[in-house]
Design a protein around this ligand. Structure first.
Ligand code: ADP
Ligand code: MG
Length: 746
């Protein structure tokens, strides 16, 4: 009887094994098992006569069994061959001596006592594995085995059988790869010749992809390298297609929503703003501006991601979009991740707009609007006033933290939401915003300074259109970066502080960033900002707590007693934070010791130097962000990455990478490469199955692009996938399993 993919595994492999599969790998059906692909393949070596074997070779031998013994690994006692079945769950060593008629070779198998009943004396078989030496005896340890049951095999046939690959599965001690291999063989033997294929036949033909059954056989039991490649190619495409279909459907849903079109109007705020701009827009800024204006003019909500290098001038782009909406009688909201940043943005926008933001004030320009600020720490009166401005429509632009979304804040006519830093903005927030604007959904522009490779953007943010600013405005000064190994070369740290003094001597300012505040809180994880561990050498293994703002503050009081030093961190009262930032921006403070509150957006062009303490405790992109705070004006920037690590460790290399380039895209690629695919997509590492098994969002750009194209054309004519039942079933399954959580990030 033939079986299909939905058949329960227990119908085929026995209840006990089936239960182990369910418990250990959450594999319940034939389909689950067949989609548990080999992790890699052990290539059988060249068929070698015993006398030519050399230690270290990957070899295949053709031998006849002379002798078999099984021992308990615990007691070393020999187990009678009649008893071996009882030992299947205990620790055993099976030794098999084989001969090629001229010499002997020993094979050692761990915990597979049943082999003794198969490899009885006289049995001919192929064995393959690595040649090792154990107590002067040449061995194959845990070799692959294929019994040659037919006595009259030709040389050629033996050669052929000797060639294939042995699949190695993601396995555990409870469920070794050999068990998986055996179960897969059983299942494949009774599999239907044709199965419903999620990849439509037409597409398979176009893309030269194997059909499902063929690919399943070849991925598990390949005969050649080509089989493996062809099978994997097909499954990679399938994964990309399912993912891109989900995203295409989601885009279709968004496209069906209504938004108020906000076409660009001449003679309004935007034109006046452009006319007064003290610099020319970069080409990129102008282009992206046009893309946004085109989106805003449509009766469906814009969902655009604006990614740009640190300092590439995203704020101007966002402000121009907001002004265009205000020109159309709508309101715009700018959401920042922290209060410090919201306050900064509010100041920046107000300053850039000048009298264009002085509506109702003496000297305000003709079309002037108002820029409101709504943060958690406003006093009751200011808060009420700001809320009134938002609800009544007087404030064309409202700046706030994300808390604004949870509030009772109402808008007269919310047309555009700009989100600075996408990482902290999710699906629910988007929904909360839509709720604030009636049946029309506002246009959304998400900005991120953490550039991500195109394919990652297409997956993680697959339902957003992407604009990218790669250029920096002209006249930027380069930033020089160095790693300072404080333990290995203590005098370098002294030198770093001397540099800070020199810079201040030239009239510039400096930041010192620390991973921790240090006001008696148990650990760094409680701190504000995201505390990103670099890799497995991260915080866990380090015994010393991270250097804190308050420690450095004390130390600098001695090292740099003549400089004006202040601290900034998330637990200061809001007005104090604000006051410190204002003094720093005004040049009244020489050195600002801070946590990552200054990570994004802080813009003080006179600051030239950044010292990052315990730099290894930050992630690559975070370091890049932090560094972006200097070199923002005519003053050349200097960034010193201080670490206790010694050169050569993995984390030290990450710091070296940051020091060696200021290209954010390059750094994000390095960053992503050092992570596992699951992390790239934001999926927890808990060993949960992700729907991406073979596809790599970093390497498989072509596949993803093609799949995206195919998915779009399918969904554009058949959004419900009525004509594609197998694909529909797959999409549903992917959505039901938690494995596509990464698709929920925006
Ligand atoms: P980011 O993209 O990192 O948010 P900002 O928007 O904060 O960058 O811009 C950084 C600085 O560059 C600001 O001081 C801004 O006024 C300035 N700037 C923006 N666009 C230009 C331009 N086209 N020419 C010169 N300076 C610019
Ligand atoms: Mg910014």
């Amino acid at each position: 009887m033939k079986i299909d993919m939905d058949r329960k595994l227990r119908d085929l492999v026995g209840a006990k094994t089936a239960k182990t599969f369910a418990d250990v790998l959450a594999i319940e059906t034939v389909g689950d098992l067949l989609r548990h692909y080999p992790r890699r393949y052990l290539k059988k070596g060249e068929l070698t006569p015993f006398r030519d074997l050399e230690v270290g070779d990957q070899a295949t031998v053709n031998g006849r069994v002379k002798k078999v013994t099984v021992r308990s690994l615990d007691t070393k006692a020999e187990i009678p061959l009649t008893d071996v079945q009882k030992w299947s769950r205990r620790k055993t060593l099976t030794k098999v001596v084989v001969t090629d008629g001229e010499r002997d070779l020993e094979l050692a198998f761990f915990n597979q006592p049943w082999l003794a009943t198969k490899l009885t004396p006289g049995t001919a078989a192929l064995f393959w594995g690595e040649v090792t030496m154990f107590r002067d005896i040449m061995q194959l340890k845990g070799p692959g085995t294929e019994i040659l049951d037919d006595e009259d095999l030709t040389e050629a046939e033996i050669e052929r059988r000797a060639r294939p690959f042995r699949p190695l599965y993601p396995a555990t001690a409870k469920l070794p790869t050999a068990t998986i291999e055996r179960s897969v063989k059983i299942v494949l033997d009774s599999l239907e010749d044709e199965l419903d294929d999620p990849v439509p036949a037409l597409i398979r033909r176009q893309e030269k992809l194997l059909d499902l059954v063929d690919a399943l056989r070849k991925v598990h039991l390949p005969d050649t390298e080509k089989d493996i490649d062809a099978a994997q190619k097909r499954f990679r495409f399938e994964e990309a297609l399912v993912m891109q279909t989900i995203l295409a459907q989601r885009r279709a849903v968004t496209d069906a929503l209504n938004a108020v079109p906000r076409p660009r109007a001449a003679g309004g705020l935007l034109d006046e703003f452009d006319a007064r701009l003290p610099f020319a827009l970069t080409e990129g800024q102008a282009e992206v501006g046009e893309e946004i204006f085109a989106d805003l003019a449509r009766p469906h909500p814009m969902h655009r991601l604006l990614q740009g290098e640190v300092g590439s001038g995203k704020t101007v782009v966002a402000l121009r979009a907001m002004l265009s909406v205000v020109d159309n009688g709508g309101q715009a909201v700018l959401l920042a991740p922290t209060e410090v940043l919201a306050t900064q943005h509010h100041k920046t926008l107000t300053k850039m707009l000048g009298d264009l933001a002085e509506q109702g004030m003496l000297g305000g320009a003709e079309h002037a609007t108002k820029v409101g600020l709504l943060t958690g720490s406003l006093n009751a009166a200011s808060r009420r006033a700001a809320m009134l401005d938002a609800a009544g429509g007087a404030a064309g632009i409202v700046v706030g933290t994300h808390a604004l979304l949870e509030d009772k804040v109402q808008f007269a006519d919310l047309g555009l939401v700009v989100v600075d830093e996408q990482h902290r903005f999710g699906v629910e927030q988007r929904a909360a915003l839509s709720a604030k604007s009636g049946e029309n959904t506002p246009h959304v522009l998400v900005m991120t300074a953490t550039p991500i490779p195109r394919t990652v953007a297409m997956t993680v943010f697959g339902d957003l259109a992407v604009s990218t600013l790669t250029q920096l405005p002209a006249g930027r000064s380069p930033i020089q970066s160095s790693v300072v190994p404080a333990k290995e070369k203590p005098d370098w740290l002294q030198r770093a502080w001397a540099r800070v003094r020199e810079e201040v001597g030239k009239g510039h300012q400096a930041y010192v960033v620390c991973p921790r505040i240090g006001d008696d809180v148990k650990n760094a994880a409680d701190e504000e900002g995201e505390f990103v561990a670099g890799d497995d050498e991260g915080p866990k293994k380090q015994s010393r707590p991270p250097i804190s703002v308050l420690q450095v503050s004390e130390a600098l009081a001695e090292i740099l007693p003549d400089l004006k030093v202040e601290v900034l961190h998330g637990r200061l009262p809001a007005d104090e934070k604000d006051a410190v930032m204002t003094r720093f921006a005004a040049g009244e403070v020489d050195v600002l010791i801070a946590t990552t509150v200054i990570e994004v957006g802080v813009d003080v062009p006179n600051a030239s130097t950044m010292v990052i303490m315990d730099a290894d405790r930050f992630g690559i992109s975070q370091l890049h962000q932090l560094r972006g705070r200097v070199g923002r004006g005519k003053v050349p920037g200097l960034c010193l990455l201080v670490t206790d690590l010694w050169a050569g460790s993995k984390s030290y290399e990450r710091l070296d990478a940051v020091a060696s380039t200021t290209d954010g895209f390059e750094l994000s690629r390095i960053d992503l490469e050092t992570r596992r695919e699951g992390d790239v997509l934001g999926v927890a590492q808990s060993g949960r199955r992700t729907s991406l098994k073979l596809l790599s969002v970093l390497r498989d750009e072509d596949v993803i692009l093609t799949a995206r194209h195919v998915a779009n054309s399918i969904v554009s004519v058949d959004a419900e996938l009525a004509e594609y039942p197998a694909l529909r079933a797959f999409v549903r399954q992917a959505l039901e399993s938690a494995s596509t959580e990464y698709l929920e990030k925006t």
